[in-house]
Design a protein. Sequence first.
Length: 136
Amino acid sequence: MVGYYIFTSLIYLPIFARQMQANALRAMLELASARLRPYFGGSLLIFLVTGTHLMLINKDYLGLGNFFGNAWSVLIVIKHVLVLAFLALAIFSERALLGQISDQKPEALKQFRWALNINTVLGVVIMLLTSIAQAG
């Protein structure tokens, strides 16, 4: 999922936005999104299963509801909040912003681009927090 946001925000969108009309760009992004949706669902399922497993076997896991018992728990809580924000923004950008992109609404493309950029940053931060929590 993070790779999609990195490539779309840093490579695909800047190139295609200069070469295509907004209506054609929206249609292409909608097709790409529809094709990638099963992969997003699968990666989300894998994320939930592996994340739950890694959390349960970690020696620093203090139990459900003990959010601030140690530094690891705090990192995991922050990570989970960011994951929820990431998913909410992903759904919002696909369901609300993507459909508004048109030749008549150039600001919609800017809003969509902002959402992609924010999700790219969130995805990288989530991976960094996961690495820090697992390393320490």
